[in-house]
Design a protein around this ligand. Structure first.
Ligand SMILES: [Zn+2]
Ligand SMILES: [Zn+2]
Length: 427
């Protein structure tokens, strides 16, 4: 049996530009192909599309997918697999990135459409074979349609988790741990470590305090802005608000509207079709400037991208609400340093040189990633420690998250590696 190799092209000791080339039996599998979004996007190391036998896309967040269209820019294109929903959402998210960063990207919109059409859909639990290697997609519980990939060659199994979540959220079921455990023992576990150093607050408590804060503000006549990613978080927030406070007036704005409607065609990927449909019916879609003006006057809740106030209608609302002491901005996702959302949380201002805001500002932990406790639980359940059979490779985490998780796993007797970008692991 030839040994497995893992070339770390990006996404090591950082969150962004996830791309790992896994070689099994002389076949090359590209696990995700993302970008790190900054003023100028950063890319993973180059890989020739013709050398890739198959690209496996866990989900279309740009840190996993931003370079996927590049694979479709030459004559010989690799096979590509993901769920059908992920391929559809890829179009929205990449087009949105192209508006800001199009000049820096090594592909055109034509290649994006080739990618969307070229991705072969895999359902959860479904298996395909590429060059004698069996590939199976399993629910990762991160966003609707997100998956993990299990690769099986003669006597060797590898699991790449992508981003995953093991707690139940309103929108999606948690990671399919049962199927993962049915595949054990696994020889190679490539696992995300975003929250390797931080546990999450109990989700039920987060939901409760969030809804109470929203209701308080709206009852006082104010407007609550909930900046949220268009795919996943916006819909999760709608479901939470509908479940606990269905008498509120809730608006949805920006790209979250189209993506929410798109999800209606993929209800199999949702935890509860009924809750989702009802939550979507309960939301009022903002259709233009007149609606925006009216809701700012009449009060209510508005859920809108971008999640970090870096553009989209949420940036518009934030500017209008900043001076209103009756209103609030409730952030519900991780804020990348130096984004307006991060500045607001740290300094109470929308920009370093602006005035302090008068509205209420709070942050609620609605993360869709496993926290430290869930990561340790998942990894220790999956690894086979006999003769160090399972090698664990930590990716997709900032330095301190990776190091903290690495130490905890080592003290449990787990064989763990925390590679740097560019490293080649021979396993
Ligand atoms: Zn993600
Ligand atoms: Zn990610």
């Amino acid at each position: 049996m030839s040994r497995a190799k893992l070339l770390c092209l990006g996404g090591c000791r950082e969150v962004g530009r996830s791309a790992y080339l896994l070689s099994l039996e002389n076949r090359n599998f590209l696990l995700d192909y993302g970008v790190l979004l900054d003023d100028v996007p950063l890319f993973p190391s180059h890989v020739s599309p013709s050398s890739v036998d198959a690209m496996l896309l866990t989900h279309p967040h740009l840190d996993h997918s931003g370079l996927v269209p590049f694979l479709f820019s030459s004559k010989v294109t690799p096979r590509a697999y993901s769920t059908r929903l992920c391929a559809e959402i890829l179009e929205y998210l990449v087009l949105d990135m192209m508006k800001l960063s199009g000049n820096f990207l090594p592909y055109e919109v034509e290649e994006l459409y080739k990618a969307v059409d070229g991705i072969r859909p895999l359902g959860y639990g479904e298996e395909v074979e590429v060059g004698g290697i069996a590939i199976r997609a399993l629910n990762a519980g991160h966003v609707p349609g997100s998956c993990m990939f299990l690769l099986r060659s003669k006597g060797f199994k590898a699991l790449y988790t992508g981003d995953f979540n093991s707690i139940e959220t309103r929108l999606v079921n948690p990671v399919d741990l049962e199927s993962v455990l049915s595949e054990c023992p696994i020889d190679l576990l490539i696992v995300e470590s975003t929250y390797g150093d931080r546990p999450h607050e109990d989700r039920a408590l987060t939901e409760k305090s969030f809804v109470e804060s929203v209701v308080d503000c709206v009852e006082g006549g104010g407007v609550v802005l909930v900046p949220a990613f268009a795919y996943g978080r916006a819909q999760e927030i709608l479901c939470v608000l509908y479940k606990y406070a269905s008498d509120l007036t809730v608006y949805l704005d920006g790209m979250a509207k189209q993506i929410s409607l798109e999800l209606l065609s993929f209800k199999d990927f949702l935890r509860s079709e009924d809750l989702y449909e009802e939550a979507l019916e309960f939301a009022r879609f903002v259709r233009g400037p007149r609606d925006r003006k009216r809701l700012l006057k009449e009060g209510g809740v508005v859920v809108s991208p971008s999640g970090m106030l870096k553009g989209g209608p949420s940036a518009f609302y934030a500017k209008r609400l900043a001076d209103r002491s009756d209103s609030a901005i409730f952030l519900v996702s991780y804020q990348i340093p130096d984004t307006p959302g991060d500045c607001l949380l740290k300094h109470g201002k929308l920009a370093p040189d602006s005035e302090k805001v008068k509205c209420d500002v709070k942050w609620f932990d609605f993360s869709s990633h496993a926290g430290r406790i869930e990561l340790l639980d998942f990894i220790t359940k999956v690894v086979d420690r006999s003769e160090g059979r399972t090698k664990v490779v930590l990716v997709h985490g900032e330095e301190r998250a990776v190091t903290s998780l690495e130490e905890a796993l080592r003290s449990e007797g787990v064989e763990v590696l925390a590679p740097k970008n560019g490293e080649l692991l021979v396993l």
